[in-house]
Write a protein that binds this ligand. Structure first.
Ligand code: 1AL
Length: 325
């Protein structure tokens, strides 16, 4: 039921999500809602408005009503569930919340979003304080925005919107990173996630530090580590980026990439290449159409980013997009 929490957070700032409107931010800015970091709390830290919270917090209502925040998803897609995380809000969490969704094209101004016809995704439901509040969503359509309503007021640390990214094919170039989670790629299996999950190496932008990548524990056997990825679309690959940035004493010594499609067996895409620490490597490749790849690293170590630039099979992303409209 709550398996959706393993799916990417479409609202995350890590994908470029943002809070575009809030009717009240008296105690704490709604921008906190989409931060990818876990919420934190330091007791007895008072600024000019009151206790400092790592979340969105409105003032105590003296008239009936509710407070709202509107979030632009960083990765628009099909929403499978939301997490209204009230971490550290104890005497001031909202007793109820509801969630609505919206699918719009272009870049509407906040005033247009406020007036829009929102689609209910989670009916008004009770919340618990200082805890994650998980709600499944069953609507199969693609959304670009969500609206969090808290009844009547209070504080929410994070709003996580878990689902499957569905990119708009009209806005994609003919060749792009088909391993990007933001476009719908996903990690299907991995040998070792001890220090960092491989999903991190499929996130946008450069890695910020060594914790922002896939890192395995030290191998004490003759094996090697590997990760399997389902691409955003079946594609012919032309470049493989293996970025070991920040991995200075723990980059893998070598790597290979193999790929397969639903109709073909595993075949080599990148032969065994030597890697150097703290380096954004790029390799030119020519691959058949593949739907899955496996990156092998020898014997173990860390990879900040994996990028697979490829030409997707025409029509695949269009069909995908049309299915959820
Ligand atoms: N001690 C508090 O947290 N008080 C209030 N909130 C802040 N941020 O100070 C409140 O009324 O909810």
């Amino acid at each position: 039921m709550d398996e959706f929490i393993a799916l990417p957070d479409l609202a995350s700032r890590a994908f470029g999500g943002g809070v575009v409107y809030a009717n009240d931010e008296f105690f704490a800015a709604a921008d906190h809602l989409v931060l990818p970091t876990a919420p934190v709390f330091a007791p007895r830290t008072f600024d000019h408005k009151g206790q400092v919270y790592d979340g969105w917090e409105t003032r105590r209502r003296r008239q009936p009503g509710s407070d709202v925040a509107i979030v632009r998803l960083g990765a628009p897609g099909v929403i499978r569930g939301v997490d209204v995380d009230t971490a550290f809000f104890t005497g001031n969490f909202p007793p109820y919340a509801s969630i609505d969704g919206l699918a719009v094209e272009g870049y509407p101004a906040p005033a247009e979003l406020v007036e829009a016809e929102w689609i209910p995704l989670v009916a008004k439901s009770p919340l618990e304080g200082d805890s994650r509040n998980l709600f499944a969503v069953t609507d199969e359509r693609r959304f670009t925005h969500v609206r969090l309503t808290i009844h009547p007021d209070g504080g929410v640390a994070r709003l996580r919107v878990h689902g499957t990214p569905v990119p708009d094919p009209a806005l994609l170039p003919s060749e792009f990173d088909v391993a990007a989670i933001a476009y719908g790629a996903t990690v299907t299996d991995c040998s070792n996630t001890f220090y960092g999950h491989p999903e991190k190496m499929l996130m946008p932008g450069l890695a910020l530090h060594m914790g922002d990548g896939w890192e395995t524990s030290r191998r004490r056997d003759d094996g090697y580590d590997w990760v399997e990825i389902r691409l955003a679309a079946p594609a012919q690959l032309s470049f493989v980026d293996l970025d070991t940035t920040h991995f200075k004493g723990n980059a893998p010594g070598f790597a290979t990439l193999i790929g397969k499609s639903d109709k073909s067996n595993w075949a080599e895409i990148l032969p065994k290449v030597a890697l150097t620490p703290d380096t954004p490597h790029r390799f030119r490749v020519e691959s058949p159409t593949v739907t899955h790849v496996r990156l092998d690293i020898f014997p173990d170590g860390g990879m900040a980013r994996l990028r697979l630039h490829g030409r997707p099979t025409p029509g695949f992303l269009d069909d995908n997009f049309r299915r959820c409209h």
